[in-house]
Design a protein around this ligand. Structure first.
Ligand SMILES: Cc1ncc(COP(=O)(O)O)c(C=O)c1O
Length: 383
């Protein structure tokens, strides 16, 4: 059997990882400045993470959601404490798309309405409703398309007001990323977020904050939206939550009433996944990683801001978009093959996306900074 060929692959086969580094099958070392797509929050193979998972493997790996699981309770308590959302309830699932799927469904169950507003540039995942609120026609199949999903322009208050004016009674929810990642590190304005909240309250619509990529300390806050003081009704999480172990979650305001069977999943919140997620929260707290994210992000920004070919830098914490005056793909390739540094791209071809582990160290950031300087200077000569 062959693999279904949907991923363009780099010709690199990592077989070992530690901290912010990877090693391939030939023993070559790479710096991971992309965190495996915003997933590696506390660094690869952190000793606390390893020991929590190994201990759990020796006890029990899985049983279904029909029995008590104290690890779920411990996870919810620690997550509530570190995020500041103690009074919210937690539903555990397996991925970012699944978290959004459940959030959209829960909103619709709650207010009995069916239309959803999403924004230009949005990415919320590839499952049914999640992909319907994703702004990329190439990945929305006819089976997913419906006029119930309404696109509004990013950061455009007038357009949003107009939609609510004409269809407000039918709007079940508004879904927005804390910071758009796939869209090219687009940060919402404080006014935009506040207006969304206000309109949702006025029209009995649910505000869903997708913090799958921008959450879990990446922005220097636990959730990116916390900088703006806007409180969502539902928050979705995944990626950094398990540091590579598949787990997602939905944080749910207490006004939403749970009932048996309303939501459910076979694997969500299993023992191993909870052990991984608890280890992540322990390390984030003990090593003060939110502060490190902002300090290291600020350092990188200061060091690179005057490099040639950089048009702008959009950044919160260690969620960094470096906008070049050209397509970034050659720069990425050179960083990877000539300097052994992984970086990311986005739907905006000119934006280099940087998402290192939140415990990245200064000397590791310097490897990236020096390499980027060299690559951009070489690009100058080519022009
Ligand atoms: C903001 C956001 N939401 C949802 C998703 C989907 O997450 P998953 O791939 O875990 O389904 C992603 C993945 O990139 C994302 O960036």
């Amino acid at each position: 059997m062959n693999l279904f060929n949907v991923y363009p692959l780099f010709n690199i086969n990592p077989v070992k990882a530690q901290g912010s580094f990877l090693w391939d099958d030939k023993g070559e070392k790479y710096l991971d400045f992309y965190g495996g797509h915003a997933v590696i929050s506390i660094g690869h193979n952190h000793p606390h993470y390893q020991s929590k998972l190994k201990d759990q493997l020796d006890k029990i790996s899985f049983y279904s959601n029909s029995v008590q699981n104290e690890l779920q309770t411990e996870l919810a308590e620690k997550l509530g404490e570190l995020s500041g959302y103690q009074d919210y309830n937690l539903f555990l699932c397996n991925s970012g798309a699944e978290a959004n799927e459940n959030a959209l469904k829960l909103a619709s169950f709650h207010n009995g309405k069916s239309k959803v507003i999403y924004f230009s540039g949005a990415f919320h995942g590839r499952t049914s409703a999640a992909v319907s609120v994703t702004d990329n026609p190439k990945i929305v199949a006819p089976v997913n398309y419906s006029e119930r999903f309404i696109k509004s322009e990013w950061n455009n208050i007038e357009q949003l007001e107009e939609i609510f004016k004409t269809q407000g009674n039918d709007i079940s929810s508004v879904i927005i990323e804390g910071i758009q990642g796939v869209g090219g590190i687009m940060i919402p304005t404080a006014e935009f977020l506040s207006k969304i909240k206000e309109l949702c309250e006025q029209h009995n619509a649910v505000l869903i904050l997708d913090e799958v990529q921008s959450g879990y300390g990446r922005s220097g806050y636990f959730f990116a939206h916390q900088e703006f003081g806007v409180q969502p009704d539902i928050i979705t999480i995944a990626k950094g939550m398990g540091n590579g172990f598949p787990i997602g979650g939905v944080l749910i305001h207490p006004k939403f009433k749970a009932s048996n069977g309303l939501l459910g999943t076979t694997f969500g919140g299993n023992h191993l996944a909870c052990a991984a997620a608890i280890a992540v929260l322990d390390v984030m707290k003990d090593e003060n990683l939110m502060a490190n994210a902002e300090n290291m992000g600020q350092y990188i920004e200061n060091e690179i801001k005057d490099f040639p070919h950089i048009k702008s830098i959009r950044r919160k914490g260690l969620m960094i978009g470096i906008e070049l005056d050209r397509d970034c793909s050659e720069v990425r390739k050179s960083l990877l093959y000539d300097h052994h540094i992984f970086t990311g791209n986005s739907n905006d071809k000119s934006v280099l996306r940087i998402l290192p582990a939140l415990n990245i160290r200064k000397e590791e950031t310097n490897l990236f900074i020096n390499a980027l300087k060299g690559v951009l200077q070489e690009s100058c000569e080519i022009v």
